[in-house]
Design a protein around this ligand. Sequence first.
Ligand code: SF4
Ligand code: SF4
Length: 156
Amino acid sequence: MGNFLEKIFLLELFKGMGVVFKHVFIKPVTRMYPFEKPVLPNSSRGLHTLMRDADTGNERCVGCSLCVKICPSGVIHMVTSKGEMNQKRIDEYEIDISRCAFCGLCVDICPKSAIVMSDRFELAVYDRKNLSYNKNLLLKIGEVKQKESKEKGKDK
Ligand code: SF4
Ligand code: SF4
């Protein structure tokens, strides 16, 4: 009988309309990505960057190869040579992001905090070849990251 009355008076329909009406006044939780970017935590693992010393502007990387050795995916490629005063010069440094597991081991092992991860996560490209980042590109991304950190008052 209850079921019959519910059908006659379209109770379910009114209940549904009530839910819709209630949500007209509730603030939407939908994020309008990509127009609205999410604020990521500092611990997020995005694209790698190579950093420079904040005071001297010199590259922090000393070419120790620890990041190359620890990388489980073997995606870091580095070529060094002898520079002035027998210091190592980093001629090539490349990361193939297409095979990177974003495990962060390269960052953890680096004794100079030369390689860090940024909050860049929109890395989609049409050609896989464009997922190889060379030294100049990684340094440029690092410069942007350092500038942003400075503006936020937390220079690293
Ligand atoms: S995040 Fe992990 S997989 Fe990616 S380059 Fe670093 S060590 Fe290799
Ligand atoms: S571990 Fe750090 S200092 Fe050593 S080669 Fe890698 S990025 Fe450079």
